[in-house]
Ligand binder design. Sequence first.
Ligand SMILES: Cc1cc2nc3c(=O)[nH]c(=O)nc-3n(C[C@H](O)[C@H](O)[C@H](O)COP(=O)(O)O)c2cc1C
Length: 365
Amino acid sequence: MAQVTDSFTFNRQQFMKNRTVMAPMTNMQSHEDGTLHERELRWLTRRAEGDFGMIVTCASHVRKDAKAWHGQLGFFDDSLLPGLREIPRELHRHGALAIAQLFHGGVRSTSKTTGQQPVAPSVVHQDFKDFEVPRALSEKEILEIIQDFKAAAVRAHKAGFDGVEIHGANGYLFTQFISTVTNLRTDKWGGSLSNRARFLFEVLKEIRSACPSPFIVGVRLLPEDTAKARGFDIDETCQLLEQMPEYKVDYIHLSGRDVRAKPWKYPEGSRTILARFRQSLPSTIALIAAGGIKTEGDCEAAFRDGADLVAVATAAITEPDWPKKIAKPGFMPKALPLTVAEARERAISEPFIEYLKTMKMVKSE
Ligand SMILES: Cc1cc2nc3c(=O)[nH]c(=O)nc-3n(C[C@H](O)[C@H](O)[C@H](O)COP(=O)(O)O)c2cc1C
């Protein structure tokens, strides 16, 4: 069984000094026009100094109207390249792999951030704050967005990133296509599972053709329904995993609530979601576990169920040096919420502090 301190190599070339991943985190610290701000770079670099083996950026939009938050980092234009180049340059200086998470918000890219009506596979009403009725994408627009993802991946490659992670989780555009609730299309982009997954697989095909190995291509996937995204089935997700070798995917990043969780569908079953993922994925494709990982015991539970790497979000907020501390007996990350001063000490700047306050991860003072 792997240990968190063991190294890992992708494609026999891309070396990770340990098995730790900083999970993607929206932090709203960049400029309004999508260019990198010093404070987002500092937030990432501080975690590389803390010895994370791989750092994934925030969900970053691949076209202007795919943006879902203020201060979101963009990958939609070559004019962003000077800023983007700084991320891998700094992360590599500290020995971390740099991965760009590529994103389109779909119905969640509302006019508040884009100035335009949101788009989605189908016009479906959803119950979330700031919901706006979307417009259904035409086939021509779907094909354009696929090309936007390809162009963004090429840009990441040019900027010196080691790879990209497609954000196929948490209720954004890819999940809006895969979901049986939000995709009601009757053309080749809706209906059967293979039609609903076509958008994801076409994006992967295009990216791989433009960015051959050893450039890393990962996919973040939602295994089943959550409060925010409905219309998912663990058995369907496992069927998608079985198809991943065809698209030369290097890793799957499970977006979970708890690494030890069993599926809603099979609560009495013996296997966790993670173990089911591992069983459906060939061993040549790495599996990243995320969800509630804090201690070495949590890492062990993930490795036991077949994870190759462990990703943390919350623990990377409270403990920028988590990889250096994790193997110390009895280590437990600082509990949330942080005070504003504690957040600042951890290279977290005001826009992110305000965002974390809305999640009660930083105290409102
Ligand atoms: C502040 C914050 C921002 C997040 N932003 C993203 C994101 O941009 N992309 C993504 O895939 N997941 C995002 N997540 C989810 C995390 O990557 C992670 O899967 C989740 O928090 C569970 O891990 P944890 O228990 O270690 O926090 C975010 C989580 C937090 C706390």
